[in-house]
Write a protein that binds this ligand. Structure first.
Ligand code: ADP
Ligand code: ZN
Length: 558
């Protein structure tokens, strides 16, 4: 057999790149040498080369073809075209082909004319495909298994695909064939699940830094999200490409229409659109400049557009993995990019409701609630967002000396109230403009005790609007109907603005002190963590609502 070619030579000759990025070289050498690997690398990190170069090296060394398992049928053609352009023999087998085309590919594969074969997991586990692999293996020509988007095997991942479960059989049937599994998402739970499900216990793990230093994270309080988004795009990204993630299909279409009405070229993308329209919009987004894609999470996986300048969330995603995956689509070219999210009380309520109403088992819902809480904590954080994000993926942010970035907010040091000085990234909203933190202990106690008293009076629970009305002393019909002006907290919170109260409620929900009961008109219930706050044993320091800050200032002026 010919000697294995140096990966760096293949990188230059075939792909035209001068040097490896991050851990690419180690990964490629390990896998080319026949080792198993689990690769965790952020979106845009360069995962494809980690299996493409070993595939070429192993083929040239006489070990045969690489099977790439990917859920992204729609993108296989693009991937194969790109490889052809580089002069690599690649092909795919999926449901878009008729049997004649498929048969031709199979013949080429058996003849040793294919270096990389892409296939969807549901295809791989069919008897016909398994026989094909058997035949290949018998010839000593089954060189490597590459399992892309490996988090799809885990129900804890954000994109569980049951077909991935069956991939266990690859290792059982051909234990001698090396495997590389790759993903851009994996918190500790998902990672453990991937290892277990794909039998990767013996694999070497390559965990890259998940930091995307060129992405600036900003999370704003949601007031009028459409207007806020328009302002953000017009001020910071006029004429640039971006993605706007929305919760529902209807919202996607409304948002696209609104942006267009304001002279921003926007296209909709969601699973409810006809396949041809989706495909058309996607390719326009990829090929034309400055298009804004309004989309549900159905959009984006595997899309490699280097110059996406911003990713905006006008609704909150389910968890940090989803948020990170989606925001990771910005700035793949390494140039400055924005991850911008507007988030409000209703988002918390909606996400909690979706979990509560899901048909899944309670243990599963418990995990989902935990993941949502982590995202809420990120949204409410007053310290560095990047440090929080990285910590979520088990990574500690390297200390960065202050002053390396020019854009330090004036007076940043003096307004900082927490001790996270070494967790300063200089490129997130909290680092650039440290938020004001106020002592909300009193306000929180008043809110919680109003909820408590109301519940005591009639054992009926009420929603946020009514609770705020009582505290602010508004004599509404509902207040009169239930006699709530008799409650001792009636009117004792009149100094607080509605925005302020809303922000405190949202943060109390995020803290787990309050539960929103979706089954009964979003009523609020006290939970155990409310107790020490009610008793005044636990101070509550919260992020000041932007509007509340202004009001306070106004009031202070004589
Ligand atoms: P991922 O799959 O991890 O999201 P890709 O494999 O699509 O990332 O790579 C992202 C981009 O970076 C691609 O355009 C790819 O060609 C480019 N790239 C990857 N590795 C290198 C490298 N060593 N040198 C230059 N460009 C690279
Ligand atoms: Zn920061």
């Amino acid at each position: 057999m010919p000697a294995v070619q140096a990966p760096a030579d293949i990188l230059r000759e075939v792909f035209g790149y001068a040097s490896f990025r991050g851990q690419q070289q180690d990964i490629i050498e390990h896998v080319t040498g026949g080792g198993d690997a689990l690769v965790l690398m952020p979106t845009g990190g360069g995962k494809s080369l980690c299996y493409q170069i070993p595939a070429i090296a192993r083929q040239r060394a006489g070990h045969g073809a690489t099977l790439v398992i990917s859920p992204l049928i729609a993108l296989m053609q693009d991937q194969v075209d790109a490889l052809h352009e580089a002069g690599v023999a690649a092909s795919f087998l999926n449901s878009t082909q008729d049997w004649r085309e498929a048969q031709a590919v199979e013949r080429q594969l058996l003849a040793g004319h294919i270096t990389l074969l892409y296939a969807a997991p549901e295809r791989v586990t069919t008897p016909r495909f398994l026989e094909l692999l058997d035949a290949l293996h018998a010839r000593g020509q089954l060189g490597l298994f590459a399992i892309d988007e490996a988090h799809c095997v885990s129900q804890w991942g954000h994109d569980f695909r049951p077909e991935y479960r069956a991939l266990t059989l690859l290792h059982e049937r051909w234990p001698g064939v090396p495997r590389i599994a790759l993903t851009a998402t994996a918190d500790a739970l998902t990672r453990a699940d991937i290892i277990e499900r794909l039998r990767l216990q013996g694999a070497r793990q390559f965990v890259s830094s998940f930091d995307r230093p060129n992405i600036r994270y900003t999370i704003v309080e949601k007031k009028d999200p459409t207007r806020q988004l328009l302002q953000f795009i017009e001020r910071e990204h006029a004429g640039e490409a971006g993605v706007v993630y929305c919760q529902s299909r209807k919202r996607v279409e409304d948002m696209a229409a609104t942006l267009n009405a304001h002279g921003i070229t926007a296209l909709p993308y969601h699973a409810g659109l006809p396949a041809a329209e989706r495909q058309h919009n996607q390719s326009r987004f990829l090929r034309e400049d400055g298009i804004v894609m309004c989309a549900t999470i159905a959009f984006g996986m595997g899309i490699d557009k280097p110059d996406v300048r911003f990713v905006a969330h006008v609704d909150m995603p389910k968890n940090i993995e989803g948020y990170y995956q989606e925001t990771g689509r910005a700035g793949r070219d390494g140039e400055p990019a924005d991850a911008w999210m507007a988030y409000g009380l209703q988002d918390v309520v909606n996400q909690r409701r979706m979990i509560d109403e899901s048909p899944a088992e309670e243990s599963f819902r418990q995990v989902m609630r935990g993941k949502l809480d982590a995202l809420l904590a990120l949204a409410e954080a007053t310290d560095c967002r990047r440090a929080r994000l990285l910590a979520y993926f088990g990574e500690e942010m390297a200390p960065r000396p202050r002053g390396t970035t020019k854009k330090i907010a004036a007076g940043a040091d003096s307004t900082r109230t927490n001790g996270h000085f070494d967790h300063w990234c200089g490129n997130c909203d909290n680092c650039l403009n440290p938020p004001q933190v106020w002592d909300a202990t009193d306000c929180a106690r008043k809110l919680l005790s109003t909820i408590y008293r109301v519940q005591q009076m009639s054992s009926i629970s009420f929603g946020a609007g009514h609770i705020m009305d009582i505290l602010r002393g508004k004599p509404t019909d509902k207040v009169a109907q239930f006699g709530h002006q008799q409650i001792s907290t009636f009117g004792i919170g009149s100094e607080y603005s509605e925005a302020q109260l809303r922000s405190v409620l949202r943060q109390l929900i995020a803290l787990g002190a309050l539960q929103v009961d979706a089954a009964s008109y979003n009523t609020l219930r006290l939970l155990e963590p409310a107790r020490p706050i009610l008793r005044g044993e636990q101070p509550v320091h919260l992020r000041a609502a932007a509007s509340a800050k202004k009001e306070t200032r106004k009031r202070q002026a004589p």
